[in-house]
Every structure is written in structure tokens, then in C-alpha cells.
Design a protein around this ligand. Structure first.
Ligand code: KIV
Length: 289
């Protein structure tokens, strides 16, 4: 059987995460929602690409992740799949895609894998999702769990705040993480939790923790690519370290191009096409009746 695009020899599969944890080797994960960013992220050597429902805020401008649809995630996953060949590809299960029964959730997760090309799915929730995680894993669907701040619960939580800040809340989160591991999740996102809590979860679990705003103890760090490269608007959370200002780069490029067009400097001869030398043009005269 011939494959059009063979996996790279160093392709990251699910078991690589456990191996890295055992060796104490840190991995990295970034979001991507389209082909060009997927190519850049994959070729830069990022281990995991997440087609996150953060696309709701980042590329759709919704203000939260609630409206993101399975179709949107599936289409983005297909594009990211085409642009990546090494990283493990994880697709988010958007709000509403796993809330109406396990059969429906399995169908939706399978769609992300079969149509989208995802190699795993991620879903938000603690002990309330343990049964579903087991079911998905039974159906050969690798699952990343997600606890702490779960943006799909923004209305219930009343905003985006650090979670597990009391001893009781931390105990519940740590228990949830254990239950999700037992249910078969191969990794777990810890979002916006105190670094001490993330440290305990990372030490107690055999599966890898993927931290965002959860301190440096986590086995894997994840960021939204657009935050990392300065391609977002508004105030950023304190855990975001901006490594570039892509918005400024784009603005400068557009401004320079506009100036060149208005001054007649664009396009020049090399940026346009002339007739072949042997073609003589006959001027068309206006036909007068
Ligand atoms: O949707 C997303 O991008 C995420 C990450 C921030 C973990 O869930």
C-alpha cells in the first residue's frame, strides 16, 4: 500500500508522551487553526498541535468559545492535518458536541478523527466526564482531559479566574485528575491553577500534564499561538509571554504597500507582464457610428 504523505520517522504518537515524562523530557504544544500556521508550528518542531476551541476568541472574534461548532473544528483540523506531519494532532470537542449523550459524543469524536484527521480529542470536565472518557477510550479514541479553568463553563464560573485556590477546591481537582487518568485519558490539561496544585497533579499522575497558566512543573506547556506571536487584541493573561509582534509586522507591511500603490511605486515592471517582443499592437480606434 502506498501512502501519499508518509509519517516522518520521528512522528509523535500518543505513547511518546509517557516516554518523555518517564525521561523527564519537557514537551511543547501550540494551537493552530489553519494550514500555514500548522506548517510553521510543525516544521518548528512543536510536539503537539491542538486545534483548540480557542479559535472562537482568536480567529472568529466571538468573545468566548461557546458558539464554536463541530463543523468549524472539523474543517480547521483538516487544514491543520494537511499542514503537519510530525506533531501529534489533537482536536477539541466544542461546547455542545459531547453534552447530549455518550453515543452522540462518540459519533462527534469519530468525525473529528475520520473526517478531520485528528489523532486524539480533548474535552473539558472533571468527574462528570469520567464515564464518557472511558467510553471514548473503549472506542479507540485517545482522549486528553481538561480541568481547572474550563472556558466552556464561562457562564457557570462567571468569568475566567484562577481555579483550585482553596484547599478543598484543590483536593477536588486533584481527585478529578486521578479519576480521569483511571478512566483512560492519556494526558490532562491544567488551565489556570496554582503552580503548587499543578506540581502535585504532575507528580501523582503517570500521564502527562499539559499546563497553561499552571506553572513550570507541568510535563508539557501549551499556549495559544496567536498570544505567543502577538497576533491578538486586548489585555493578555499574565502567563502569556509574547515573543513577537506579528500584528505590527502585518500593519507595517500593509502600510508600506498602500504607500507604494499611491505613489506609483507598485507594481513595477518586474512585478507585471509585458507582451512578447514580436507582438505588435494595433491601437483600437473608437468606432464612430
Ligand atoms: O482551546 C484551546 O486552545 C485550549 C488550550 C488553551 C488548552 O483549550
Amino acid at each position: 500500500m502506498a501512502y501519499l504523505k508518509p509519517d516522518k520517522p520521528e512522528k509523535v504518537y500518543v505513547p511518546a508522551l509517557r516516554t518523555a515524562k518517564e525521561k523527564g523530557e519537557k514537551l511543547v504544544c501550540l494551537t493552530a487553526y489553519d494550514y500555514p500556521t500548522a506548517r510553521i508550528v510543525d516544521e518548528a518542531g512543536v510536539d503537539i498541535i491542538l486545534v483548540g476551541d480557542s479559535m472562537g476568541n482568536v480567529i472568529h472574534g466571538y468573545g468566548n468559545t461557546i458558539p464554536v461548532t463541530l463543523d468549524e473544528i472539523c474543517s480547521a483540523t483538516r487544514a491543520v492535518k494537511r499542514g503537519s506531519s510530525r506533531a501529534l494532532l489533537v482536536a477539541d470537542m466544542p461546547y455542545g458536541s459531547f453534552h447530549t449523550g455518550d453515543d452522540e459524543a462518540v459519533r462527534n469524536a469519530l468525525r473529528l478523527m475520520k473526517d478531520g484527521g485528528a489523532e486524539a480529542v480533548k474535552l473539558e470536565g472533571g468527574r462528570n466526564r469520567v464515564g464518557l472518557v472511558k467510553r471514548l477510550v473503549d472506542e479507540e479514541i485517545p482522549v486528553v482531559a481538561h480541568v481547572g479553568l474550563t472556558p466552556q463553563s464561562v457562564h457557570k464560573m462567571g468569568g475566567y479566574r484562577v481555579q483550585a485556590k482553596t484547599a478543598d477546591a484543590a483536593k477536588i481537582l486533584i481527585e478529578d485528575a486521578h479519576m480521569l487518568e483511571e478512566a483512560g485519558a492519556f494526558s490532562i490539561v491544567l488551565e489556570l491553577v496554582p503552580r503548587e496544585v499543578a506540581e502535585i497533579v504532575t507528580a501523582e499522575l503517570e500521564i502527562s500534564t499539559i499546563g497553561i497558566g499552571a506553572g513550570s512543573a507541568c510535563d508539557i506547556q501549551v499556549l495559544v499561538l496567536h498570544d505567543l506571536i502577538g497576533f491578538t487584541f486586548g489585555r493578555q493573561p499574565r502567563f502569556v509571554r509574547q515573543y513577537a509582534n506579528v500584528s505590527q509586522v502585518i500593519t507595517d507591511a500593509i502600510t508600506n504597500w498602500m504607500q507604494d500603490v499611491k505613489s506609483g511605486n507598485y507594481p513595477n515592471e518586474e512585478e507585471s507582464y509585458g507582451l512578447p517582443k514580436d507582438v505588435k499592437l494595433v491601437e483600437a480606434k473608437a468606432v464612430k457610428k
